[in-house]
Write a protein that binds this ligand. Structure first.
Ligand code: NI
Length: 176
């Protein structure tokens, strides 16, 4: 496996709309290797989600995993789409491996229904809630050239990491 270089804010690849993956390619050794490399890169960077455009590959693929009590299982999404948003919304502190050192509050629906393909090309259709739902929306935004900064309705919450730890961490807010 290999660690991939993470594209940072300002890299145009983060602003492109990603192309669909050809389902016939999913089973190839190269694509499977790429998925494993993305998972390793995400874990190494202490992230809970990573989308292919973040490693400069503009394709509709995202990986995510968050171990622990309020976490969610490892998930690989190919050509995903959200087909339903739940009626309730929550405010979450978000950060991004492509946006170094910043966090900001974003309001998103707390439930989504997702369809797509898994890493074997099999159809997926499931509902996700809470942190899992937020992470899915954040990663799918990457596939559409969007960053959490675009989703912030109140830029006054934009916070550097040290200041987040000092002033805001005690809110016990969920952090993505
Ligand atoms: Ni991100």
């Amino acid at each position: 496996m290999a660690l991939l270089t993470i594209a940072k804010l300002g890299n145009p690849v983060l602003r492109q709309v990603a192309a669909p993956v050809d389902p016939d390619d999913i089973g190839s050794r190269a694509f499977q290797q790429f998925i494993d490399d993305m998972l390793e890169t995400m874990h190494q960077a202490d992230g809970i989600g990573l989308a292919a455009p973040q490693v400069s590959r503009s394709q509709q693929l995202a990986v995510m995993a968050c171990p622990g009590e309020n976490g969610f299982p490892q998930t690989v999404l190919v050509n995903p789409r959200i087909v339903y948003y739940g009626p309730h919304q929550a405010e979450t502190w978000e950060g991004c491996l492509s946006v170094d050192g910043l966090r900001g509050k974003v309001v998103r629906p707390t439930m989504v229904r997702v369809q797509g393909l898994d890493r074997h090309g099999s159809p997926l259709d499931f509902e996700a809630t809470d942190l899992f739902a937020i992470c899915i929306q954040h990663e799918l935004d990457h596939l559409n050239g969007k960053l959490f900064l675009d989703r912030m309705t109140d830029l006054s919450t934009l916070t550097q990491l040290d200041e987040f730890d000092r002033y805001w961490k005690k809110e016990h807010a969920t952090v993505i």
